[in-house]
Structure formats: C-alpha cells, structure tokens
Design a protein around this ligand. Structure first.
Ligand SMILES: *[C@@H]1O[C@H](CO)[C@@H](O)[C@H](O)[C@H]1NC(C)=O
Ligand SMILES: *[C@@H]1O[C@H](CO)[C@@H](O)[C@H](O)[C@H]1NC(C)=O
Ligand SMILES: *[C@@H]1O[C@H](CO)[C@@H](O)[C@H](O)[C@H]1NC(C)=O
Ligand SMILES: *[C@@H]1O[C@H](CO)[C@@H](O)[C@H](O)[C@H]1NC(C)=O
Ligand SMILES: *[C@@H]1O[C@H](CO)[C@@H](O)[C@H](O)[C@H]1NC(C)=O
Ligand SMILES: *[C@@H]1O[C@H](CO)[C@@H](O)[C@H](O)[C@H]1NC(C)=O
Length: 937
C-alpha cells in the first residue's frame, strides 16, 4: 500500500518534470519554412529523419534543394541536405515549438556545434507580420572544447523552390547592402524566366493518371538573404547562379564565395547528361557563406551567428471575382505588405531587422499555448496543438483590399500595420491545401474555427468577407453560400456558372455558426463603456488582487491568446466588432441561408458532408445537426443584433427540428444516435454537436451526450472511432478533436470518450511510420491517407476554442454585473475609483501604462520610443528593432517619403530596373462580362 502510494508520488513528480519540458517532442514532420501555400518546407521522413541525411521537402512531399556545409579549421562537414561528398555532421538534438524547429549539429570529434534554427513566426494577433511570406534561418556556432576555431557556415537553395520541373529556366539577380538605409543585407533573388501570373504547374499524376496541379506557382520570386550589418565581424559572401558542385567545392576549399553574379542566364534548374539521367551536369544555386573567423567561448554571440531570410514573393496574389448583378469584374489583389513597403527590398530589410521582435512574439505565443493546453488538458495535448500551428498559416494569405468596399478603413475590416500604426483594409484568402486547391472553402474554414477563436479572432470576419461580398454581388444565384470561391487557388474567380460540389446544408450551417462565433468571441458592449468606466476597468485588471468583479483578477489564469492589435485595441473585441458589423451588413443574406436550412435540413436530400470520400447520401443526421445548429446560430445572431422577432422565430424552428430529430435518431436500443434516418445500425462521430457546446446553447439534452459518451468506446479503434459506420477505415483528426470537446474532462481514474478521442489523436501524432502529416487517417493502424498538411489542423484546438468562448460568456456576465452595480453603487464610489485610476495613470505615466499593457500583449506599439529630435516624420527610430514612425501616417506617405530618401542610393545597374516590381494594372485584369452562365430557375 505504502509502496503504491510512493510510486504514485514518484510518477506524479516525473510527470510534473516532463510538463516543464516543452522540447521533448519530435513531430512526424518538422516544419522548417512554412509561411504560405508556396512557401512550405518540411523535414519529412520517418523516425530516422535527420536534417543531414535528406533534403527538406515541399508540403506535396517533393524535394526542395536546401543544403548546408560547415567548415571548422579547414575541414568541411555536411549539415543539411545529404551532400555525401563530405562527412555528415552529427545530429545532436532537435528542439520544437509552435513556431520554431531548432537543430544542433556537431563536427566529429565534436569541437564545434552549429545551432540551426528555423523560425516561421507565429504572431496570430499581428496579421501584418503573420502574412509576410518569409521565414528565418538563424545560424550560430559555438566552441565545445574551450578552444578557438575557424568557422564558416554555408547554405544554398536551388530552383526547386520555384517549380518541380527541372527544365524550367531561371534568372537571378542580387541585392547588395545599401548602407545606412535599413537594407543592409545581401539578397539573392531567383525566378522562373517565363512568368505566368496566377498559374500553377500541372503534371500527369502517376497514380491517378490524371492531369493535376503540382501546387507550385509559376509566378514570383525566391529570395535568399542574409543580414550584413556594418561593422560586424561576420563576413557574408554569396553565389548567384554558379553551378552547385563548383560553388560547394569553392566553399569547402576557401570558406567563402566569390560574390559575383553569374551572367550565364537563364539556365534550367538542372541539366542532366543526355544518356545518364543520374548525372547532373549543371545546377545554378543561390548560396550564402558566413565567415565567423576564429570563435572562442568568449566570442560574443553576434560575432558567431548569422541571420538568413527565405521567402517566396508574389505581387499580385490572387484574382478575385467582384461586381454587381449583370456586371462582373475580376480584380487582382495585392499582398498586405504592399500597403506599407514600396518594394520587396524594403520588406526584406525590415523583416531581418524585425527578427528579435518576431522571435519574442512567437516565443510568448508558444509559452502561453503550452500553459493553456496543459490547463485545459495535458502536455501531450499541448504538443498536438503546437505541431498543428504553422500549417494553418501556410494556407492563408492576406490581401490589401484596395476596392471601393475596402476603403473605409476605420470602420471596415482591417488589420493594423505595426509600422505605421494605421489600419489597412484587409481580406484573408485561403487555399484548400492538398485536397483540391479550392479557394476560400467554407467547410475548410469551419474546422479551423477553434484555432481562430483561441489565437486570432479577427481572422473570422476577414476570412468570411470575400465570401459574403461575392454572395452579395448577385453573381451567384443559388441561395446557400457557395462551397468555395474558385476551383483553384490563386483564382478566386468563383462560380458564376453555379456549379457547386453539393454540400449546401453543410456550408449554410457552417457560415452561420462561424458568423456567430466571430461575434461572440468578446463582448463588444464593453467598448461602449464610458471613459471613466474603462479606466476603472483597467485599474481593476491591473491591480489583480483588489478586484470585485468575478474572473477579472485572474488574468494570468485565463485561457487564450490575448493581444492588442493596433494601439489599445484588443484583438477579441476587434474581431467581435468586425463580425457584428459584418452580420449587420449582410443580415438579409444570413437570413436567406437560415431559411434554406429551414426548408432543407430536417430531411436532407442527397447531399454530402464535409468529407469528400464518403460521397453523397440522403438523410444524413450529421447534416441535420449542422442544420439545427445553423438555425440556432441565426436565432442568436438576431438576438445580438436586436432582431427579436427573428430571434424567436429561428429559436422555435431549431427547437422543433431538434425534437423531431431526437424522435427519429435515437436508436431503438437507446445506445446511440443513428447516422442515417431509418438505419438502426448506422452511426457517426457527431462532431457538429461541438457548436452546441461552443455556444453553450444546450440545444441537445445532456442525455444525448451521456449516451454518446458511453457509445464511442464500443466502436473505437486504436486511432479513434471511424467518422461514419459506412466507412470503417477512415477517421479525421480534426473531427476527433471536435468530438473530444463534447465530453467533460474526466478524473484520471475514469475514462470517457473525451480521453478516448484525445488519446487517439495524440497516438497518431506519435505514429512515426507516416512520412507526412495528414488529417485523414486509418483508425486501425494510424496511417495517413491523403489530405496532407491542411489548415483544418486548427480543429485540434477544439478544447482551447471552447475555453475562450466560455470566458467570453463569463466576461459578458461580469459586464452586465458591472453595469448593474453602476446603478446601485453610489456615484461617489465610482468617482473615487476614477480618481484613484487617474492618479495611477499620472504617477506611472502614460508610457509606463502603455508599456505595461504592451508587455502582456506582446504587441510592439509604434510611435513611442526614442524619437530623434528634429528628424523627419518618416525617419526610422529604433523601437525594439522596429522602425518607428514619428506619428501615425498614411501608408502612402510613408512609402513616398522612403522612396524620396533613397534616391540615388545604390540603384545604378540597368538590371536592377527590371527587378522592380511592376504595379498590377489598375482596376482589374479582365473585365470579361460575356455569358453569365446558365441560370437555374
Ligand atoms: C543521400 O545520398 C545518397 C547518395 O547520393 C543516397 O544513396 C541516399 O539515398 C540519400 N539519402 C536520402 C535519405 O535520400
Ligand atoms: C537526431 O537527434 C534526435 C534528438 O536527439 C534523435 O531523436 C534522433 O534519433 C536523431 N537521429 C539520428 C539519425 O541520430
Ligand atoms: C487562373 O486563371 C488564369 C487565367 O486568368 C489561368 O491562366 C490560370 O491557369 C489559372 N490558375 C489556376 C491555378 O488554375
Ligand atoms: C557561370 O555558370 C556557367 C555554367 O555553370 C559556367 O560555365 C561559367 O563559368 C560561370 N561563369 C563564371 C564567370 O564563373
Ligand atoms: C551514370 O552515372 C553515375 C554517376 O557517375 C554512374 O555511377 C553510373 O554508372 C552511370 N550509369 C550509366 C548507365 O552509365
Ligand atoms: C428520409 O427520411 C424520411 C423520414 O424517414 C423518409 O420519409 C424519406 O423517404 C427519406 N428520404 C430518402 C431519400 O430516403
């Protein structure tokens, strides 16, 4: 007995220790540079994956050329990409966070360690930073034996970052450091000579024998750039377009490169010998070498480290269908960063300077994520969500919305530029990664919802906006929301032909639930508090112990990423504000969708649910639940907008549907809910019930949840219950996570379906036989079956999303309490509170307060900081590694001023001119009105 108790104690202690270590985890795939649909590099492979023995792969699993050499005292080792002409460096450790994958490698015997850290920043509250299509590689060397060593580090990329086809011709150029401009970097740029805007490459797929997209775009530039700070002891040299073998040998022999642009261009990515394809004769590479000189244990870090940026840049980004009835227009949308930077060189310069901030913000997010995931569940769950994070953003791209609708920036849908402090009209575009490349797929946005609620609530209205706007244009005649905005990214040219893949109930229910979730993520009514109420609010938040309002003093224990976006703007309230404004504007549209659900969702026709491979079938109860929850969401939206008649109407419909549903779907033996009406042996994983828990609407009685809680263990396999009894060999990881959230957290002794679903998910993440991560899996053996690297991994955040909305409800209740107490409390008390608050503000000073708020939020506020007297408005001021701007200015002014300041600064060569980004044609690319498609009467 005693022994058992001791063992339990010991186990407890070891668990506690393990929980402190966030790095004891190597995921199935290790993300390296994951930022956009066309910048997605992973270290794939099985349990034996190492950076040394293989090339990083694009998310489609095809190899990219990314190689590295390390030279210590004249001897060369290979540290990345399997260059077998040199001995392999020893893989010493891997460290993984939600945003960073760090490797440590050594020579042999180990005298020097190379730390190679791949950071794809995760700054979900700052969508401006998040949308920059660049990723960092931080390289630093360390002496392990106390001696001084000569160290040079080399890395190279090739044309496979632009296209899979080796015959594609490349051209290249170099950005040399422009001293004193903030663009002190060496940057090599390469692109396909034959640019084909918005076009992806197609190839004949060996397995399906079909002509399919390779998911590589034939537009845009690859950038490989390194900081080259004046006065630094690190010497950076480059190769641009020289042959790979020549370049590597030169580095191995001399430790540096020639820094000359090879003028024999264009050349193909690879030229192979005619009669022996395994022999590569020529391969232009883009390489950087950093000579640290002699490093010793005493060398300061900056003398033995280098910062590299890798990016894939397009401008414009997507084609978007817009217009009003009878008139359609396709416009080219530019990237969000183009609102602030005149060209890519400015962007790259800033991105490199911004590294400390981006890293700090990413680290803070990671730490909070681990703490929260442990609080709601466990360390293992924390690993699952952390690993899932980067690929969510891989699918998203932010566009600068220059349209008429987007211009009213302050009221509209915006992000805040951290450089100018200005709002920028924004929409977020999504590529349905891997499954078919659709644009803005509604049933792909929906599974991500839990992540959006937890980390980035403004994304909800920003992702919905392109759909709302298209649906409001009148170009699409069917009533339910479109499934997507285009067959293939980056063409959001929509479906004026009204063809859709037959999931209208799914999409209508999703759209309404997404809209409501966006509105409910915060209580925007607190924004309407008077100024002195806000002050007392703030004082209360700050003096954590003296709080009188429930929950307000538990800031540290609150689950969820809380951050300011723009000066003093909280991203939850901003998200809720935008989603409400959007719902108000599109109210008529939302009602039409609800009316469609009323007509169609109780007895669904021959329709499909989200997951393609099951095909369509009538009377699927999963769709009925979606319909009921969509109708209930409409009632709640109406309630929030003060439309009481609609609130009551849709509440009544959803309740009636629910009653009929329960009559028809509880199995005769009372063990489960049927998967299809009238089929007693059918069942499904009822992930759509998640919305009932999310909104705390209690549409379905507890008895239903208890029944399912007892049922799922009876049909479970090692990797979870199948999604649908008709297809026992498929489960979906996102729906496993959603289903887990239907059930309460169990005590360690009891088991429940929640544990069952979560264990299955975690087991899959530990299943290292898979070379890549996919969300469609076999429940018996945990094999990944297609659906690779998709953003729906955001669904794994289900428990965290749930916690965030629960808190938002508690906040709303507290606010109600606050406004009640206002009337009951004597005015003098409030006045006193305000007085105390004002005194605090005066004492600490407004800047201190701001800093205080800032530190918690992780947002760098611009416009403060150390401003040089007499400097021009747009001169750069160092604030945490960011160029501040004297006062918030128009984005256009900033661009112009910087342009003016740079005149004549190192832009001489004629070649340089051809590299300047061309502005896309004004007013859209094609305005083909022509045939409006077949109308459905
Ligand atoms: C590394 O290269 C060698 C020689 O070219 C090759 O045999 C081996 O398969 C490669 N390793 C991987 C993991 O691709
Ligand atoms: C590489 O290092 C990691 C971390 O120590 C280890 O888990 C992995 O097995 C190593 N791989 C090889 C091939 O040594
Ligand atoms: C997008 O549309 C253009 C025509 O505007 C076409 O050339 C291109 O192939 C399309 N891209 C994809 C990925 O389908
Ligand atoms: C440029 O590359 C080509 C092809 O590899 C090579 O033949 C040529 O010598 C290079 N030019 C210079 C100046 O090195
Ligand atoms: C092709 O070249 C490789 C590498 O040099 C060599 O090992 C191989 O024998 C060659 N194959 C043929 C068919 O000549
Ligand atoms: C769907 O279920 C209803 C109610 O049981 C039934 O009347 C109807 O025929 C079913 N539809 C189909 C297509 O099977």
């Amino acid at each position: 007995m005693l022994l058992r108790a001791l063992c339990a104690l010991a186990a407890c202690a070891s668990v506690a220790r393990a929980e402190l270590d966030e790095t004891d985890y190597t995921p199935i795939v290790v993300p390296l540079a994951v930022r956009s649909p066309y910048l997605g590099a992973y270290l794939t492979g099985r349990e034996d994956k190492t950076l040394v023995s293989m090339d990083p792969h694009f998310w489609t699993t095809l190899p990219l050329g990314w190689k590295g050499l390390l030279r210590v005292d004249g001897h060369t080792w290979n540290w990345m990409g399997n260059l077998t002409d040199w001995p392999a460096a020893t893989n010493a450790s891997i460290r993984h966070t939600a945003s960073e994958s760090g490797f440590t490698l050594t020579n042999d015997p180990p005298t020097v360690a190379l730390h190679a850290s791949f950071l794809s920043p995760v700054t979900p509250a700052d969508l401006f930073r998040q949308s920059i299509p660049f990723s960092y590689l931080h390289l630093s060397a360390e002496s392990l034996d106390g001696q001084a060593h000569d160290v040079d580090v080399y890395s190279e990329v090739n044309g496979l970052w632009l296209a899979d086809e080796e015959h594609e011709e490349l051209e290249w150029a170099v950005h040399e450091p422009e001293r004193g401009t903030g663009r002190d970097f060496v940057g090599v740029r390469a692109r396909l000579k034959h640019q084909r805007p918005f076009e992806e490459a197609y190839h004949n797929d060996l397995w399906s024998d079909e002509w399919v997209s390779t998911d590589r775009i034939l537009q845009g530039d690859l950038w490989y750039a390194a900081q080259d700070v004046p006065g630094s002891t690190v010497r950076t040299t480059f190769a641009a377009g020289d042959d790979a073998m020549t370049t590597r040998r030169l580095f191995a022999e001399s430790g540096s490169l020639r820094s000359v642009v090879n003028t024999t261009q264009p050349r193909p990515t690879r030229t192979r010998r005619a009669h022996n394809a395994s022999l590569v004769l020529d391969e232009p590479v883009f390489a950087l070498a950093h000579s640290f000189g002699r490093i010793s244990p005493a060398s300061p870090p900056e003398d033995r480290s280098a910062l590299v940026a890798i990016g894939h840049v397009r401008d414009p980004l997507v084609q978007y269908m817009t217009g009003t009835s009878g008139h359609k227009e396709v416009v080219a949308l530019r990237p969000l960063w183009a609102s602030t930077f005149v060209d890519v060189a400015h962007l790259v310069g800033w991105f490199l300077v911004d590294y400390p901030t981006a890293k700090r913000m990413s680290d803070e997010f990671n730490a909070k994520l681990y703490a929260d995931a442990r609080a709601v569940e466990s360390q293992e769950y924390a690993h699952v969500v952390a690993v899932s994070t980067r690929q969510i953003f891989m699918a998203l791209e932010a566009v600068w919305d220059e349209s008429v609708e987007g211009r009213d920036a302050r009221e509209g849908l915006v992000t805040w530029s951290p450089l100018t402090g200005e709002p920028v009209p924004t929409m977020i575009m999504l590529k349905e990664i891997s499954s078919n490349g659709n644009c803005q797929t509604v049933d792909v946005i929906a599974p991500i919802l839990p992540f959006l609620l937890y980390a980035s609530p403004t994304l909800i209205p920003l992702l919905l906006e392109p759909i709302h706007r298209y649906m409001a244009s009148g170009l699409y005649v069917p009533v339910p929301p479109t499934h997507d905005l285009g067959d293939h990214y980056p063409n959001a040219t929509a479906h004026n032909d009204f063809l859709h893949p037959n999931l209208p109930i799914e999409e209508a229910g999703n759209a309404l639930c997404l809209q409501l979730a966006g509105m409910r993520v915060a209580d925007p009514s607190t924004a309407a508090l008077s100024a002195h109420e806000r002050v007392s609010h703030w004082v209360d938040k700050a003096s954590s112990k003296a709080s009188s309002w429930a929950g307000r003093n538990k800031e540290a224990q609150r689950v969820g990423w809380e951050a300011d976006v723009g000066v003093g703007k909280d991203h939850r309230r901003e998200g809720a504000r935008m989603a409400r404004a959007q719902a108000r504007e599109r109210y008529a549209l939302l009602k039409k969708w609800a009316d469609y659900l009323e007509e169609e969702s109780l007895y669904p026709g021959d329709q499909r649910t989200t997951d393609d491979f099951f095909g369509s079938a009538p009377n699927q109860t999963s769709l009925v639940v979606k319909g009921i929850m969509g109708l209930r969401a409409m009632s709640e939206i109406a309630s929030d907008l003060g439309e009481t008649a609609d609130r009551d109407y849709y509440l009544d419909v959803s309740n009636r549907f629910r009653d009929t549903f329960l009559d028809m779907t509880v199995s005769k033996d009372g063990t489960h809910i049927l998967g299809t009406y009238n089929n007693q042996s059918s069942w499904v994983t009822h992930y759509n019930l998640y919305f009932d828990k999310l909104f705390d609407t209690k549409v379905f009685p507890d008895s239903v949840y208890r029944m399912l809680d007892a049922f799922y263990p009876t049909v479970a396999q090692p990797y979870g219950p199948p999604l649908d009894s008709r297809f026992p060999d498929r489960a979906k990881t996102d729906w496993l996570a959603w289903a887990a959230a239907l059930f309460p957290r169990s005590s360690p002794s009891s088991s429940s379906s929640r544990t069952l679903f979560l264990d299955a998910l975690a087991r899959y993440f530990r299943q290292d036989r898979n070379a890549v991560f996919g969300d469609s899996i076999t429940p018996d053996e945990g094999w990944s079956v297609g659906f690779l690297s998709r953003p729906v991994a955001g669904g794994h955040y289900s428990l965290l999303g749930l916690a965030v909305l629960a808190q938002a409800r508690a906040d709303a209740a507290a606010t109600t309490l606050l406004s009640r107490s206002r009337s009951s409390l004597s005015q003098s008390l409030l006045a006193l509170a305000a007085l105390v608050a004002l005194t605090v503000v005066a004492l600490v000073g407004a800047r201190g307060v701001r800093r205080c708020v800032r530190r918690r939020s992780g947002y760098v506020e611009l416009g403060g900081g150390r401003r040089r007297a007499g400097s021009r408005g747009a001169s750069r001021v160092s604030v945490d590694g960011v160029w501040g701007v004297g006062s918030p200015r128009s984005v256009f002014e900033l661009a112009e001023l910087e342009d003016e300041g740079d005149e004549g600064a190192g832009e001489g060569e004629g070649e340089e001119e051809s590299w300047r980004l061309r502005r896309p044609p004004q007013g859209g690319l094609s305005a083909s009105a022509g045939h409006g498609g077949k109308r459905r009467d």
